[in-house]
Design a protein around this ligand. Structure first.
Ligand code: CDP
Length: 784
């Protein structure tokens, strides 16, 4: 029994995670733990080239290999109208290539064999004759005169341009720029990186020819939406498709899209009448599934002579890879990037964005981020620090001078957002106090005089999480609501089923805590189940920190609904008027007579045994919650670095992170989320890059080249907190899982740039590796 088992487990209690009992004992049930009788294994042949025409594919030798049952090509898929599939951004994507390959690692053929080894071995015997074509590896390359046309499969597609998209007001922004005292420009690149969950993506498709039922175990963060997409793509009736998303070993956005492997495995199971398992290896995951970022951004900030921000102009070139498969709300071509004015009261802004096809893997997933807010936050926070340095104003002071003030909420931003609540100066003050900013600044000055390279970086981010409002936010037309179904058993224990899907965030604990708070049943007595489309109510899933803002709200609402029925039951048991009953967490008592009371458990028992005349039996309900607005968590992060002039090595000496996510349901889990995100932010800022050579070969396709921060590299984190509740969320809670990945990269890089600013260095793109820092210093004549 855990040491917190005795606790009630309501909101604000740091109870231990219920799910850890099985995870820590190695008893989690991940996809690869599942073995079905008579199961085949599938391996995928991937393109060695970034861009090549397929002249022919010969599968004869591979088909004759030991244990091989079938080899599937695009041609076979095409016979079943499954060679192409729709993407989450309304484009098409090849399932198995028929005409051309368009990125290195693209799916070309699949082998089905009795064992995984036999399937993998047979791949080498498939002969593909390729005619190699020039590769396009950047938006600039995509725009260049004479660039290869990547998507010649699309009618009317004459170049590599995907979309143009704008937000804000061009005319008022231009007018404000014309009056500016100073304009500060930053051109920066947020590089391609990868969510790289420890468990890669995979599925087991089990199509039963006798019943027509397709049961698909899948590493999916959004099983319900996937079921609908599968029904639409394959034509299978939706009630015959059951997606089961078992325990997930991380997701971070990587497990949102539909991948070709899922479709091929399902088609193969349908054709062969046997279950088919497919699971990627690490390199397959890194080269072919949902990358993140890859945004080339230019920001101009106009300020007046007092340092007041007047206007923001931003242009973005987005590198979307070979298929436009970004996982984001349908309406927004560049995700939620237009939240780019951040925490600042900027009267007018204009954002333009262009998307381009390149010969790189598709994806554009929201890697621990709410649909591109990470890139937006990075740009504005880097730009603000650069502007402060250029203007000679302290970067904390410059931010404070331009913050949206607490009394301005709800705040209407220049690009159309309505921020729900915030107190940015307070979060800043807590961070600066914790850091000892005034003293630290003196120390930095003194050490710089001695020739040392040292600096402080600040980022005061605003996040936008909890999609939707459904009328504005949808994925392929599915409105972004979420759901909770609560059933209280006669003994007063309960099961809560949700449309979300935890990937390690602790939902089994925190959602039980919401029930504990609202209905008074201890959290230990509430089982939480997610991820089975046959049993859970429909929901859009877990990504973009939407679980607490949306499904958490649904849980509170359904618990309140049941409390009202329990009130009637208690009134019946107490022979009192329900209006005379007072609710105190866990029981009802008669006003003025606290000894006359009935517990929630007694009311639950009565729901099945002793009902008032005319009342339906049972104590259960479901709530579909469509949020009226997004929630806007925020915070201030501050980083102190030392830079070694001789080697360019950066040492993070301190990292203070003050987060405000409104009401915290489980403070310990929230802190765990923040620690994890700060570590990932550190990896992005200093270590990670998925890059490509000129031929489009992916460099960074294994953990030797693509570095994951471990305890050795990761700095110590000093956390702080403020709490500004969301006014529209039933519990006042905002999402938090992504804030640290969104906010921290700019803080880390700002610290390096602050340290290098005395030498006139204004930018180093991530990852800020020692060779880049070394070269930047040398370019300014620093040789020591
Ligand atoms: O959608 P996802 O679960 O990734 O993100 P989230 O809603 O930010 O929640 C991450 C974890 O932190 C969940 O277990 C939440 O319930 C918990 N959390 C919390 O305890 N209090 C908050 N205000 C926000 C999140």
């Amino acid at each position: 029994m855990s040491s917190t088992a005795h606790m009630h487990g309501g909101i604000g209690e740091s109870i231990k995670r219920k799910e850890d009992g099985r995870f820590l004992r190695g008893k989690g049930s991940y996809l690869d733990d599942h073995v079905l009788p008579n199961m085949l294994h599938m391996a995928i042949l991937r393109s060695p080239y970034a861009h090549a025409r397929i002249r022919s594919i010969d599968v004869k030798a591979a088909s004759a290999k030991p244990g091989v049952v079938a080899v599937v090509t695009g041609e076979l898929m095409a016979q079943h109208k499954l060679a192409w599939m729709p993407t989450l951004s309304g484009d098409t994507q090849a399932v198995l290539a028929t005409d051309k390959v368009r990125f290195q690692g693209q799916e070309v053929a699949a082998v089905l064999a009795e064992t995984k080894y036999q399937a993998e071995d047979a791949l080498a015997s498939i002969e593909v004759d390729y005619e190699v074509l020039p590769a396009v590896i950047s938006p600039d390359g995509a725009k260049a005169e004479g660039a290869s046309l990547i998507r010649d499969d699309k009618d009317g597609q004459k170049d590599n341009h995907i979309y143009h998209w704008e937000s804000g007001d061009k005319a008022t922004t231009q007018a404000a720029f014309a009056k500016a005292h100073k304009v500060v420009r930053l051109h920066t690149f947020y590089p391609r990186c990868h969510p790289a969950p420890l468990e890669t993506c995979g599925c087991i498709a089990d199509v039963n020819g006798a019943t027509g039922k397709a049961t698909i175990y899948m590493t999916s963060q959004a099983p319900h939406a996937i079921r609908t997409v599968f029904a639409l793509v394959t034509g299978l009736p939706e009630q015959n498709i059951r997606i089961i998303s078992p325990d997930l070993g991380g997701g971070f956005g990587n497990k949102v899209p539909v991948y070709p492997g899922y479709v091929v495995a399902t088609a193969a199971s349908l054709l062969l009448g046997r279950p088919v398992k497919w699971i990627e290896d690490r390199s397959e995951n890194l080269i072919s599934t949902g990358f993140a970022r890859d945004f080339h951004m230019t920001g101009d900030l106009a300020v007046d002579e007092h340092g007041k921000m007047l206007a923001l102009r931003v242009h973005l070139d987005s590198d979307n890879g070979a298929f436009f498969a970004d996982a984001q709300p349908s309406k927004f071509k560049a995700g939620l990037f237009h939240i780019v004015t951040g925490s600042y009261d900027i009267p007018t802004a204009h954002v333009t964005a262009d998307g381009y096809y390149t010969n790189k893997a598709p994806g554009g997933v929201a890697y621990r981020c709410s649909f591109r807010v990470t890139e937006a936050s990075y740009l504005i926070e880097r730009l603000v620090t650069n502007a402060a340095i250029e203007l000679g104003i302290d970067q904390a002071e410059f931010r404070k001078q331009n913050f949206i003030q607490p009394e301005q909420f709800p705040y209407h931003s220049a690009t159309g957002w309505v921020y729900d609540s915030g107190d940015y100066p307070k979060a800043m003050d807590v961070a600066l106090d914790q850091l000892g900013y005034a003293e630290l600044k003196k120390d930095v000055e003194a050490r710089r005089k001695k020739g040392e390279v040292t600096g402080i970086g600040i980022a005061s981010f605003t996040e936008v999480v909890g999609a939707g409002h459904g009328a504005e936010f949808d994925i392929l037309g599915l409105r972004m609501f979420d759901s909770a179904e609560l059933r209280v058993h006669p003994t007063g224990k309960a099961i809560l089923r949700m449309g979300t899907k935890s990937q390690g965030q602790g939902h089994e604990t925190t959602f039980a805590q919401i029930v504990a708070e609202e209905l008074g049943i201890p959290a230990q007595d509430v089982a939480v189940e997610e991820g089975d489309t046959d049993t859970a109510p429909y929901g859009l899933g877990t990504y973009a920190s939407r679980s607490t803002p949306v499904a958490g709200a649904a849980t509170a609402m359904v618990a309140r609904q049941l409390r009202e029925k329990a009130r009637k039951l208690a009134a019946h048991l107490l022979e009192a008027d329900e209006e005379d009953l007072v609710w105190e967490r866990g029981k009802f008592y008669v006003k003025g007579s606290p000894e006359r009371s009935k517990t929630i458990q007694e009311a639950a028992f009565a729901a099945y045994t002793n009902l008032p005349e005319g009342m339906q039996a049972g104590l259960e309900g479901v709530h579909y919650y469509d949020p009226p607005n997004m929630t806007y968590p925020f915070g201030t992060y501050a980083v102190v670095v030392d830079v070694d002039k001789g080697t360019g090595q950066v040492k993070v000496k301190r990292m203070v992170a003050v987060d405000d996510c409104g009401v915290r349901i489980n403070p310990m889990i929230v802190e765990g989320q923040i620690h994890g995100g700060l570590a990932e932010g550190y990896g992005i800022a200093f270590m990670q890059l998925i890059t490509f050579d000129e031929e489009g070969n992916c460099i960074g396709s294994n953990f030797m080249d693509y570095l994951i921060p471990g305890s050795w590299e990761t700095p110590k984190f000093e956390l702080g907190e403020t709490s500004t509740p969301s006014p529209h969320h039933p519990l006042g809670a905002k999402g938090v899982g992504e804030s640290p990945t969104v906010g921290s990269p700019a803080a880390y890089v700002n610290a390096v740039i602050d340290a290098l600013s005395p030498y006139g260095i204004t930018n180093i793109d991530m990852p800020v590796t020692s060779d880049k820092v070394w070269a930047a210093l040398r370019s300014k004549g620093v040789t020591e």
